[in-house]
Design a protein. Sequence first.
Length: 387
Amino acid sequence: MALSPYDIAGIEDELHDDERMVRDSVARFVDAEVLPQIGKHFEDHHFPRELIAPMARLGLLGSSLEGYGCAGLNAVSYGLICQELERGDSALRSFVSVQSSLCMYPIHTYGSDSQRERWLPAMARGEAIGCFGLTESHGGSDPLNMNTTARRRGEDWVLNGSKMWITNAPIADVAVVWALTDEGVRGFLVERGMKGFESREIERKFSLRASATGALFFDDVVLPASSLLPGTTVGLKAPLSCLTQARFGIAWGVLGAAQACLMDALHYTRERVLFGRPLAATQSVQIRLAEMARKITTGQVLALHLGRRKDRGILSPVQVSLAKWSNCRAAIDVARDARDLLGGAGITADHVPIRHALNLESVITYEGTETIHQLSLGRELTGLNAF
Ligand code: TGC
Ligand code: FAD
């Protein structure tokens, strides 16, 4: 029996029925509602808001969380959701990563009962949108070096500062904002419409053009005591725990982008006849296609293995760092090589590799750059902190 080019390792056989069902329903959504239009949104630098409601109806928002209208799916299902969405475009996976892992997860894990009741059901329905403000313009890799402050004024907090490169910022109803208090970094919920709180879209991106990215500005924003996420400890532990959730999803998601690029390259090189034979019939091209399949396959095996560990509650952050780094590197290499195999046609919007390659420039940078994850693993190996 011929192997599927997208599943050389036989991952399909390792999935449970309910995981396959989730994957297939997202795949159908992506094929029917995303692929026909996403290229145009990318060209227009436009986030397709109209896709939020169907994604919510499929249970993709906060899918791993229990209660509050969330689907309570396992980690492997969340990974498969990310993979299928990113096969469409990284922008959609980004939207779901931020909504689910970076906003709903901290509200669910660290929020008060009233914060959970207020936000989670509406966020699961896609009626309220969240964003996550950690990065500041002077250096995102080192988030502890932050200038945004929250100072006590009586029972309230007063927030000042700004955040940069924030996915969903222009459309968010609530921002999970990490700010420096007298005790250290704490997390707050800041609502659109609060006096002194503004967001601004970052325009002219060459990457993630179908995603809404922006900056957040806080000018003496008065936050009631109830805005603090009460379960957060002081320091980076809480925001890093959110990042671990999102990075896990990215390690799966980028494989979907890479699969889309391999699919395009396979089709094109079979059809393209040069020097009297299909391009795909030359040795060096087959080696390049095989290399793409090898990178995707090893990434899938790693992602599934870590997904099973996550479901057993034994996944460590450094394992996630390894997978985020390794799979993003694999995906961007596949996308760039697929683009090259398409020759001049590969630079046009008629084919997907250039769009995925450009998107993956962001994906390999956000949620910890490649270097940051390499240094995390280096620290684990040596016991020495080289940051
Ligand atoms: P480190 O020593 O690694 O950790 C500090 C404390 O936190 C603990 N910890 C965790 N605890 C619970 N769950 C987790 N997942 C945890 N991960 C870490 C850790 O055990 C430690 O605890 P303790 O008790 O020993 O103090 O922290 P560090 O200060 O050395 O961190 C350095 C570094 C460079 C790794 C960290 O600053 C970092 O990861 N920098 C990169 C910043 C980053 O990734 N920013 C992402 C911003 S959000 C974003 O990009 C969203 S894009 C989303 C999209 O559009 O899809
Ligand atoms: P820098 O930290 O300035 O890094 C610049 C270069 O220096 C990189 O190559 C880096 O690897 C390298 N470097 C850093 N430290 C070291 C070191 N110790 N040794 C060697 N090299 C080093 N942030 C949020 O908080 N929320 C979001 O929703 C969000 N969404 C994003 C969406 C997009 C499209 C993008 C591009 C970014 C987003 N980010 C978000 C920010 C993202 O997390 C940061 O861009 C990322 O963490 C890197 O920070 P930086 O851009 O400031 O680069």
